[in-house]
Write a protein that binds this ligand. Structure first.
Ligand SMILES: Cc1cc2nc3c(=O)[nH]c(=O)nc-3n(C[C@H](O)[C@H](O)[C@H](O)COP(=O)(O)OP(=O)(O)OC[C@H]3O[C@@H](n4cnc5c(N)ncnc54)[C@H](O)[C@@H]3O)c2cc1C
Length: 433
């Protein structure tokens, strides 16, 4: 009887130095830097590159130096209670007695202080600046032409209070090298003629940039393959065989694989992979929606973040993608029509003439979120050859490039360019002791 050849049954196939689990943005950037360090790399994914199930495949692709705030901020616990009761709110927790969720929420609450939010912002901004530099370099390759747009980005503020708060952040950001400037409604109208904004004002980040999703992911995978990285799709990791704190064999749906090092970069599913190795990760899936509609003449030409409404608007030629909501509802990807309507209503309140509807496509994705909004990058437990690169949360496209470089530095023993302890996989548990 003919059988499907398993990866390890392919004649002449030798074991790679590193096996990366997950071909989302986190896994692909790990592979990029590991390969550049001269290692042989295999990436495995249970789906295709750009598969709709992956969080990297349907998001708005905002990158650059804006929106580096952690989710945990001083006002969030108070707002959270109000949001919990509102079916169209941008934030939702499905109440349930789940130990991992309760532990996560406890740590999240601890980070809702002015001091922690400021510290988190500094770390995220630094990682985003490093990532933008990497993206510019990667997207300069012919294979990725047109997948990065860097024409600036707007933060639109509906209320005078929101605009005043946003304006207050400008001096510190400018000191950190972010080219931000304020725009009153008249200046905004001159910048975006024909677009009706019902706002008190806006900030323009001149180096704001956005990736075209999923085109970027697919083209990046092509570049990786051309550089010698093997990418095995339709290959699900189902378990590990370990000896003396070393992973010897990775069991997959297409046979056993072996590698010197294993990197778990499987987004929210990294938790299940780590659990198979007996290690817990403090990570929660946070569901979000992207609603893609036909764009009309009143669509902004620049990407826009709707500040108070927490919705992102990404123009994509004849279509426009509207993304928002953050729901802690486990691994459930069901779409809530009420929340989708909430996103569209928010957009209409800022851009009354824009969302004409037409062809409407709704996608939901699960962000891998940590309580402090910083990624988990480092060794897993006491395993000598397993590391993790996940937890990039609501800014994975903007953090994964620098995160992948750090991961490669750790694996190759190169001095890291950012403080390793900040991203340590067990940092929350250590600090809670
Ligand atoms: C609505 C929305 C809008 C967003 N907008 C932005 C934005 O504008 N800018 C930004 O920076 N970020 C944004 N994000 C966040 C960003 O999308 C995520 O942080 C990022 O995609 C996470 O990437 P990842 O590689 O960690 O996970 P994923 O992209 O989910 O990749 C994980 C991969 O692992 C594979 N996998 C899982 N389990 C296994 C297994 N057992 N075996 C093999 N393979 C496995 C999956 O198939 C998947 O391909 C947004 C997210 C959402 C939901």
């Amino acid at each position: 009887m003919a059988t499907t050849p398993t990866p390890d049954a392919v004649p002449g196939r030798s074991d790679p130095d590193v096996l990366v689990v997950g071909a989302g943005v986190a896994g692909l950037f790990c592979a990029w830097f590991l390969r550049r360090a001269g290692l042989s790399v295999t990436v495995v994914d249970r789906g295709e590159v750009g598969d709709p199930a992956a969080c990297s495949s349907g998001n708005t692709g905002f990158v650059g130096t804006q929106g580096a705030a952690p989710l945990a901020e001083p006002g969030v616990p108070a707002k959270g209670l109000r949001w919990l009761l509102h079916p169209e709110s941008p934030f939702h927790v499905r109440p349930r007695l789940d130990r991992e969720l309760l532990t996560w929420l406890w740590h999240f609450r601890r980070h809702c202080t002015e001091r922690q939010a400021r510290a988190g912002f500094e770390v995220l901004l630094d990682l985003k600046q490093r990532s933008l530099a990497i993206l510019r370099e990667v997207c300069a390759h012919d294979e990725l032409a047109g997948t990065l747009t860097a024409r600036g980005m707007l933060l639109a503020c509906k209320t005078p209070e929101g605009y005043a708060q946003a304006r207050a952040t400008v001096p510190a950001a400018v000191t950190r090298g972010v080219p931000l400037r304020t725009l009153d409604p008249a200046e905004l109208a001159r910048l975006q003629p024909g677009v009706e904004f019902a706002v008190a004002g806006a900030l323009l980040n001149e180096e704001g940039a956005a990736l075209h999703i999923p085109a970027f992911l697919v083209a990046f995978a092509r570049l990786l393959r051309a550089s010698g990285v093997e990418i095995l799709t339709d290959t699900e990791v189902r378990g590990f065989e370990t000896v003396d704190r070393l992973v010897r064999t990775v069991r997959t749906s297409r046979g056993d694989l072996r590698a010197g090092e294993v990197v778990l970069a499987a987004g929210v599913w990294s938790v299940a992979c780590a659990r198979q190795l007996g290690v817990g990760l403090l990570l929660q899936p946070a569901k979000g929606y992207a609603v893609t509609v036909d764009s009309g003449p009143a669509t902004p030409t620049l990407p826009v973040l709707l500040s108070e409404g927490k919705v992102a608007v990404m123009p994509l030629g004849d279509r426009v993608r509207l993304a928002g909501t953050l729901e802690l509802t486990g691994l459930d990807t069901t779409v809530s029509p009420r929340r989708v309507e909430g996103i569209r209503r928010t957009v209409r309140s800022y851009l009354p003439a824009m969302d004409s509807g037409g062809r409407v496509r709704v996608w939901s994705g699960l962000r891998p979120c940590t309580p402090d909004s910083l990624p988990l990058i480092g060794r897993l437990g006491s395993y000598r050859n397993v590391s993790v690169a996940t937890g990039h949360g609501h800014i994975g496209m903007g953090l994964a490039p620098a995160g992948g470089r750090l991961l490669a530095q750790l694996v190759t023993g190169t001095p890291p360019d950012v403080p390793v302890a900040t991203f340590a996989v067990d940092r929350h548990r250590r600090r809670a002791r």
